[in-house]
Write a protein that binds this ligand. Structure first.
Ligand code: SOE
Length: 398
């Protein structure tokens, strides 16, 4: 662990979180841990958590360590002890809550995808721009940028170790919809989720491709499919990705899977696959990047490792080598354990909190910003537009 300066306690940063399900729990873990592991310029305090169901939100507050529970998000975002609002609700309420929080003078962290539509994302990005002029920060929760191996891959690419990029390949495979009896949760309803595997998983894939390559996609060509079009209506509550259904059935209004190719600004070619129908694949986010000087490969299910092929080495011994990304020189690692003592999924949320606290304290632009979230939203919209026309190449507006 980092050595703490025992002299002066840093000023506090009151956090108010809206939402308490899977992402609420994951973000809570990040906020609870970050100040105990990293020396921070501001000390996050878990001031209040909000949700509609009073008993459930109280239980979540007790479980995750929040001081207060609110049932009205408007009351939460205007609390005096809250300086940062963390939006962990389904996509249909992101815009309203994030904009209200920014207008109330708060910093904002918003789960991905930024919104359910380009229009909402545009309104959010404009609100963030106005707030930035007042010294506020707004960030999107693309947490996989904070996997140390991914951050290290970005460093290698930015340092030119891969040379000019030729291919960026990202697949994100899950299987929780393989069972046709899995019920119709909010993630399967367009009015709540915006889209299906595309927005939920494809948004991560697009963000990572553009982040790692350091350049935007300029056009896409796509196919999407909804394999199971009717499912049982939800019976009772759904927690995270588990739920049970009743006898009545309803329409699935989002995609189960999205496949698309794209062109990056430099001319490099990209390909993407996002699905919830890949049986046996639980959270398989994989990527490979090929450049003229080398290649990188990563698999989230082995997230402490990065494979690197250095094409400048003699062909006989070059191969792909496995870098164990647990050294103190790797991003985020100095604050954790000795080399080889691996990290996991939850640490991405701790690192996200770390980066956001620094951006707030130092007055720097956060990454990924709401503007970057808007650009990802434009890519998602172009994917849907192309898929409607059966894979017609669709340029992405700047
Ligand atoms: C569900 O598919 C989900 O929880 C996504 O919503 C997250 O963004 C991803 O990190 C894991 O899977």
């Amino acid at each position: 662990m980092e050595q703490r300066d025992s002299e002066a306690a840093p000023p506090t940063l009151g956090i108010g979180m809206v939402g308490y399900a899977f992402m609420g729990a994951a973000h809570s873990q990040g906020w609870r841990t970050v100040g105990r592991v990293f020396d921070l310029p501001l000390r996050p305090v878990l001031a209040a958590i909000g949700g509609r169901d009073a008993a459930a939100v109280r239980a979540a507050a007790d479980r995750h360590g929040w001081a207060a529970a609110e049932t009205d998000w408007r009351a939460l975002v205007t609390r005096d002890d809250v300086q940062l609002v963390d939006v962990c609700t389904p996509g249909d309420s992101h815009a309203e809550i994030a904009i209200a929080a920014l207008e109330a003078g708060k910093h904002v962290l918003c789960e991905k995808p930024l919104a359910n539509s380009v229009a909402e994302a545009e309104a959010m990005a404009s609100a963030a721009e106005r707030a930035a002029a007042r010294g506020q920060v707004a960030m999107v929760g693309f947490n996989y940028r904070r996997v140390p191996a991914i951050a290290y891959a970005r460093r290698l690419i930015a340092d030119g170790r891969l040379g000019a990029l030729r291919h960026v390949r990202v697949t994100y495979l899950q299987d929780w919809l393989v069972d046709p009896e899995f019920p119709l949760t909010w993630r399967l309803e367009r009015e709540h989720a915006g889209s299906g595997a595309l927005g939920d998983l494809g948004a991560h894939a697009v963000d990572l491709a553009q982040y790692l390559a350091g350049e935007p996609l300029v056009g896409v060509s796509a196919l999407t499919e909804t394999f199971v079009r009717e499912r049982p209506l939800l019976a009772g509550a759904s927690t995270g990705l588990s739920a049970s259904g009743g006898a009545a059935r309803g329409q699935v209004t989002v995609d189960d899977a999205a496949l698309f190719t794209g062109r990056l600004a430099s001319g490099a070619l990209a390909s993407f696959e996002a699905t919830r129908m890949a049986s046996g694949r639980k959270n398989a986010l994989r990527l490979e990047i090929n450049g003229e000087l080398g290649s990188l490969a990563f698999d989230l299910e082995r997230l402490n490792e990065l494979s690197f092929h250095d094409n400048t080495e003699p062909a006989a011994s070059a191969g792909f080598r496995r870098i164990l990304v647990t050294e103190a020189d790797h991003p985020y690692l100095a604050a954790w354990w000795p080399p080889g003592h691996a990290l996991g999924y939850e640490h991405t949320f701790t690192h996200q909190a770390h980066d956001l606290v620094h951006a707030i304290a130092e007055g720097t632009a956060p990454a990924p910003s709401f503007a970057e979230g808007l650009q990802v939203q434009r890519v998602l919209a172009a994917v849907e537009e192309s898929a409607e026309k059966n894979a017609v190449y669709t340029p992405i507006p700047l």
